[in-house]
Design a protein around this ligand. Structure first.
Ligand code: NAP
Ligand code: MG
Length: 464
């Protein structure tokens, strides 16, 4: 496996591990504060020329980038299997998502329309002006897609980008930066800066030349970033935690609901801000649903993530595994899934827990691991109340055959991304983001370039 290189290193190194085995993969050089400042200044210098690239040429460069990602799809996927423990199927999808998101936003430079607004005495037009340098801060759970959702629309809108990957998972982002240069993006337009959150990430917040921060990660760190951005009224997008509900009504296709519930909760070992980690089941079918859920959980294939049949691999780190395991000490575990007989690596089997009530930690906290909690509800109003009884509001699912109910409940759940009879959350064609403490702003969808630009209004008098 070829390890991508970087020009940084004054901030020491971090040893990245393969989470499936705990074996070291690489010592990655980290940037210090001075190197971070230099990279931000280089991105600032690259901005005027990048903004001035003709729309069709910027579009072509982004399509070239997508094509080069496509050529290296397998390499990127294998790098992610090794660095993040993602299943090979997921990792291929993730690299493909970077390609697709680049292609989707490659259409934006030629279509980022302003408006012509009727006014007396002249004409009035609006422009979408690029911001300048955008800082993207990426977590370890989906290193490639989350990077792409930030950098692709930001670049399309004419900004230059500095990107900080998570310390645990920097390799695919570093490789994407090499591929961007290979695709012909000019130096300084897209720079990946491996480093610590407290150094590189924090500097994106405090450096005046970074005009927007795009952060995905924990709610606690996100709140600190929001406070920091206030000093400069810095633009900010936050994608934070979740504790999403999967609401199963008695009239649903129960077999389908039970068969898909493990995927909705345990995909990426549950380390997914959209994980349906709370299942609410109508009380009349609660026992039946658990009967159907048991074989589905036991079938969920936990194995070496590089195997093509893997549905779940390890957790990202010993710390993450231990943090999830601590919640299980006092929990009532009803179903335990497959275990890997590994002497090392950060493994946990999937588990279904039955909370004593809605105050239980397993019901309230984002565990970020392969644990799903199941509770019964009495009626539609109770289901909505329980689903909304959380500080989070990222996603959620509704299983029912009643279309009217599906729409009523979808409109009532305080959450940014709902799916009916499915667990889909993130589609690059549609806006993605959270209500309440799950975030601020939206990513993806047709309007993403708007959030990487300012609206400028220009009035031209005809009265001369
Ligand atoms: P985190 O600390 O919020 O890290 C996310 C990113 O922010 C990483 O790149 C991190 O860098 C960086 N960062 C950390 N402190 C920063 C600061 N003061 N200023 C600027 N950037 C900073 O999340 P985590 O520690 O990886 O995970 C902790 C928990 O967060 C998880 O257990 C889970 O509950 C939640 N989480 C949610 C999501 C999501 O998609 N919503 C993703 C990941 C985690 P370093 O890598 O150097 O720390
Ligand atoms: Mg952290």
């Amino acid at each position: 496996m070829r390890i991508p290189t970087t020009a940084f290193g004054a901030g020491g190194t971090v040893t990245v591990l393969n989470p499936a085995t705990a074996d070291p993969i690489a010592d990655v050089p980290l940037a210090d504060l001075a190197e971070t400042d230099a990279a931000i200044e280089a991105a600032h210098r690259a901005f005027p020329a990048w903004r001035a690239v003709a729309p069709a040429d910027r579009a072509r460069l982004l399509r070239n980038f997508a094509a080069v990602v496509e050529e290296h799809l397998e390499e990127l996927a294998l790098l992610e299997v090794a660095n993040a423990g993602h299943t090979i199927g997921n990792a291929r999808w993730e690299a493909g998502n970077v390609r697709d998101v680049l292609n989707y936003y490659a259409a934006a430079p030629e279509r980022h329309f302003g408006k012509q607004i009727p006014v007396p005495g002249g004409i009035d037009v609006t422009f979408h002006e690029a911001l300048g340098v955008v800082g993207v801060i990426v977590p370890w759970n989906f290193p490639m897609p989350i990077a792409g959702w930030g950098f692709a629309p930001a670049l399309a809108a004419g900004n230059t980008v500095v990107l900080k990957p998570a310390e645990l998972t920097p390799l695919t982002a570093m490789r994407l930066a090499e591929l961007a240069l290979e695709a012909g993006l000019p130096e300084g337009v897209f720079t990946v800066i491996p480093g610590k959150g407290s150094v590189v990430g924090e500097r994106f917040v405090t450096h005046p030349l970074v005009r927007k921060v795009c952060f995905t990660g924990s709610t606690a760190v996100g709140k600190g970033i929001m406070r920091g951005c206030a000093d400069q009224v810095k633009r900010l997008t936050l994608e934070l935690g979740g504790k999403s509900a999967n609401i199963v009504f008695a009239d649903a296709d129960l077999e389908k609901a039970a068969a898909s519930a493990p995927g909705g909760a345990f995909d990426n070992a549950g380390q997914d801000c959209c994980a349906r980690s709370r299942i609410l089941v109508e009380h009349t079918v609660y026992e039946r649903f658990l009967e159907l859920l048991q074989p589905a959980v036991e079938r969920f294939k936990v194995t070496d993530p590089s195997r093509p049949d893997a549905e779940m691999g390890p957790l990202i780190s010993a710390r993450q595994r231990d943090s999830v395991a601590a919640y299980l000490k006092n929990a009532d575990v009803a179903i335990t899934g497959q275990t890997v007989d590994a002497s090392s690596g950060f493994w946990l089997p999937p588990r279904v827990v039955l909370p004593r009530g809605t105050d239980d930690d397993v019901w309230r906290h984002e565990l970020f691991g392969p644990v799903v909690a199941v509770l019964p509800f009495t009626d539609e109003a109770d289901a909505i109340a329980k689903a909304n009884d959380t500080e989070y509001g990222l996603s959620g699912s509704i299983f029912t055959r009643d279309l009217g109910r599906a729409l009523r409940v979808a409109r009532s759940v305080e959450s940014g991304n709902l799916s009916v009879n499915s667990h889909s959350s993130v589609r690059y064609w549609t806006p993605f983001g959270g209500f309440k403490q799950s975030g601020l702003g939206r990513e993806l969808g047709p309007d993403a370039p708007d959030s990487f630009s300012e609206v400028k209004n220009v009035f031209i008098s005809t009265d001369i």
